[in-house]
Design a protein around this ligand. Structure first.
Ligand SMILES: [Zn+2]
Length: 81
């Protein structure tokens, strides 16, 4: 099973956007539940971590959005296997 790497402050897109029309979310809190803020209207939502991992699609790396499955932790190069 793939592990997903994300942390507080990351910007992600989900399978479905917010009803306001935006589909950019900022991760405010991680844990058993994930707290997300819609970047279109600043509304915040809580989502179970399992639901979040099913719905998350892309994550912002620098200026571009990349598929989360291709996103590696920042220190990956130090922990090669
Ligand atoms: Zn919104």
């Amino acid at each position: 099973m793939n592990r997903l790497y994300y942390e507080e402050g990351d910007v992600v897109t989900l399978k479905k956007g917010h009803p306001c029309g935006e589909n950019l979310w900022k991760i405010l809190r991680t844990g058993v539940d994930i707290k997300l803020a819609c970047m279109g209207c600043d509304r915040t939502i809580w989502m179970a971590r399992m639901d979040f991992e099913k719905r998350v699609r892309k994550i912002k790396e620098g200026e571009k959005m990349v598929a989360i499955v291709h996103h590696l932790p920042k220190d990956a190069s130090n922990e090669g296997e």
